[in-house]
Design a protein around this ligand. Sequence first.
Ligand SMILES: C[S@@+](CC[C@H](N)C(=O)[O-])C[C@H]1O[C@@H](n2cnc3c(N)ncnc32)[C@H](O)[C@@H]1O
Length: 314
Amino acid sequence: MTARQNATSSSHDLFEEIVHELQAAEVFFGHGAASAEEETLWLLAHVLKKDPQWVNAHPQVMLTTAQEARLKTLLHQRITRRLPMGYITGTAYFAGHELIADRRALIPRSPFAELIEKRFQPWLGKEQPQRMLDMCTGGGCIAIAMASVFPQAQVDAVDVSADALSLAAENRHKHKLDSRLHLIQSDLFQAVNGRYDVIASNPPYVSVAEYRQLPDEYRHEPPLGLVSEGDGLCLPLEILVQAAGYMTDDGLLFLEVGHSDEALQAALPNVPITWLLFEQSGSGICVFSREELLNYQAEFSRALKALTDTPHES
Ligand SMILES: C[S@@+](CC[C@H](N)C(=O)[O-])C[C@H]1O[C@@H](n2cnc3c(N)ncnc32)[C@H](O)[C@@H]1O
């Protein structure tokens, strides 16, 4: 970027320059923004203390020299350290909500955002869920989005990581959900009680071998949020084995396994899995009724045992 000591630049000019620099540096996109353009709006929004939609709608706003200098410093960090944009700005966006983001948890990017904005349709029908669970909540994005879309619901959110839960607590407070969103520190369902109408879960599902190949941006995120033993499938399969015990009779489990969808299907050859389709982006979320989970419980247990009995790369 050209140095401008005494002048100010328009957000439009800077937008073009930053997009070019991000593309030329071949940074990895996928931590909450799918392109250089989206990341640039995010960065400009942070420096201007506005939201990305506002920046997009005001392309000719002038930045002060100090703002432009700050922009360059942050862009430098993004490129040289491969820091994901969410950790640079300290914010992330999920299902229309601004959240606090930092290294205590992964940066929100799940296709659950679209599913929740669509009120889990058509799966939920006219049901008004009373109790909802976000299993593996991280910084709380799915729980907060569910609590916002379903104002009548009590939402519980589980994570094993005290760090992640402390970030979730800050996000809960930011969204004024202290009375309706309950945070639970638990290894999966160990400390969970009662039954839920909806369980949503985005657990770790990256295999150890895949983790080693990921772009540098992932190194800044807690591995506990990414990696699952057994070719990435142990935690998802544990959830499939246990979830029915925590669901109402008509309850639904929505489980994300991302690009491990084919591996999950291969591990469960006798289970017809319903995969959801997304209009915006993303894939790898499946849905099970409680009845289906009970019908196939032996298959889930068998697949889990096969994975845990097989020695894997550690
Ligand atoms: C993929 S992140 C999902 C975070 C957030 N829900 C999202 O969609 O961005 C998975 C989360 O699972 C948590 N986790 C890992 N193992 C767990 C376990 N055994 N029980 C509960 N949570 C676990 C991690 O700490 C991490 O926050």
